[in-house]
Design a protein around this ligand. Structure first.
Ligand SMILES: Cc1ncc(COP(=O)(O)O)c(C=O)c1O
Length: 389
């Protein structure tokens, strides 16, 4: 248990794991839901159930708007990004299919794909990113065969913060007819994404990271043009609709939303999405602010901290991975934590990305900055690192 004085001194640089703090409106909307709304969305014909349904719909609509999707029912509400990636990957791929992915993926993509391969059901090809952490669209194109049904790409590396050229990769997928699934766990809310413009069929996102909602929220957003019946549901059960039948409804979003939703969480997520919409310049401006802070950190740490090393030539987002010569990443993150600075060390659930960037198995320390971090906090962290050395 933390004392409130300790919490006040805390510097949070672990926004890639989950964003913190959340905008105050997120918390009050969740409290309002728990104290006033209370009902189960889409289940019963009473006022509290209707109010809960409206809360969920607001989150759906804001999410669809953020990603340029015209039908809000195509924002399928789930529990995290892993949930969304599993629905798309396991729902689309059939025995004998081939999938293409990259060497910068998080385990939430790699594990479902390799599990299907291990079971002998599909073949997976991995496009290797270059030393800059980028995957060329031509490399993906070379791996696509007539059996390729799905291409999965992590938009922003959760370790190195590198950004993949998704619009150009999407163009390659459009040409081949393979479905294009983007893991936007680290980019949603920090980069302007438009499914139609960027040639994306399916977008998996977490509600609790850049979208500033609470844990237990995530979504699979399906583009207006994608035939959603290509995805088989993974969960079957009660939806509040077609209660006279034992068959799963075949319409969106119910086909993929069996069981009670995290309605309190979605009340919070709606407020996180409103915060982003109201931020001058929106998601792109939030991302710019985070990148400026990260670039400032790298510049001053390179000057002030002996043995400080990063792994990419430039800073593209608010996420930066680094090491200091002679200290393990776990030791370093531990020392920072003792001084109230929260970071993450090790392999960040992304062994493929670390192998690609030659930081496997030692790993590194990751600072992932959010829009509530400040230059003053960066200065304190640089001093703390210099003191550790
Ligand atoms: C790139 C990437 N994909 C997927 C995930 C999984 O997200 P979640 O924890 O919401 O399932 C993460 C989590 O850090 C991530 O960084």
């Amino acid at each position: 248990m933390l004392l409130s004085s300790q919490r006040n001194r805390m510097i949070y640089f672990d926004n890639a794991a989950t964003s913190f703090p959340k905008p105050p409106a997120v918390i009050s909307a969740m409290c309002d839901y728990m104290t006033k709304t209370g009902g189960n969305p889409g289940r019963s014909a009473h006022m509290l159930s209707f109010a809960a349904g409206e809360t969920v719909f607001a989150a759906r609509q804001l999410l669809a708007e953020l990603f340029g999707v015209s039908d809000p029912m195509r924002a399928v509400m789930l529990f995290n990004a892993t949930d969304a990636l599993n629905l798309a990957i396991q729902g689309i791929l059939r025995p004998g299919d081939h999938a293409v992915t990259t060497s910068m993926e998080h385990n939430s993509t790699a594990r479902p794909l390799f599990e299907l391969q291990k079971a002998g059901r599909i073949e997976v090809s991995v496009a290797s990113a270059g030393p800059d952490g980028k995957t060329a669209p031509e490399q993906i194109e070379r791996l696509i065969t007539d059996k390729t049904k799905l291409v999965v790409v992590n938009h922003v590396s959760n370790v190195f913060g590198t950004v993949q050229p998704i619009e150009r990769i999407g163009r390659v997928c459009r040409k081949s007819g393979a479905a294009f699934l983007v893991d936007a766990a680290q980019s949603a809310g920090c980069i302007n994404i438009n499914l139609e413009r960027d040639n994306i069929d399916l977008l998996a996102c977490a509600g609790h990271k850049g979208l500033l909602g609470p844990t237990g929220t995530g979504a699979l957003v399906i583009s207006d043009s994608f035939d959603y019946t290509k995805i088989r549901p993974l969960r079957f059960g009660g939806t509040g609709s077609l209660s006279d039948r034992v068959e799963q409804p075949d319409f969106l979003p119910d086909i993929f939303e069996s069981g009670t939703l995290n309605a309190a969480g979605l009340a919070g997520l709606a407020e996180g999405l409103k915060f982003i919409a109201a931020y001058p310049g929106g998601a792109q401006a939030i991302g710019r602010r985070e990148r400026e802070l990260a670039a400032g950190f790298v510049e001053s740490a390179a000057e002030a901290v002996r043995g400080f090393r990063t792994y990419t030539g430039s800073v593209e987002t608010g996420t930066v991975a680094f090491n200091i010569d002679g200290i393990s990443s776990a030791q370093l993150a531990g020392r920072l934590s003792e001084q109230g600075i929260m970071s993450r060390a090790g392999l960040h659930c992304a062994p493929l990305a670390h192998q690609t960037m030659n930081t496997f198995p030692a790993g590194n320390v990751r600072f992932s900055l959010g829009c509530f971090n400040t230059e003053e906090e960066i200065a304190i962290a640089v001093k703390a690192l210099a003191a550790v050395v």
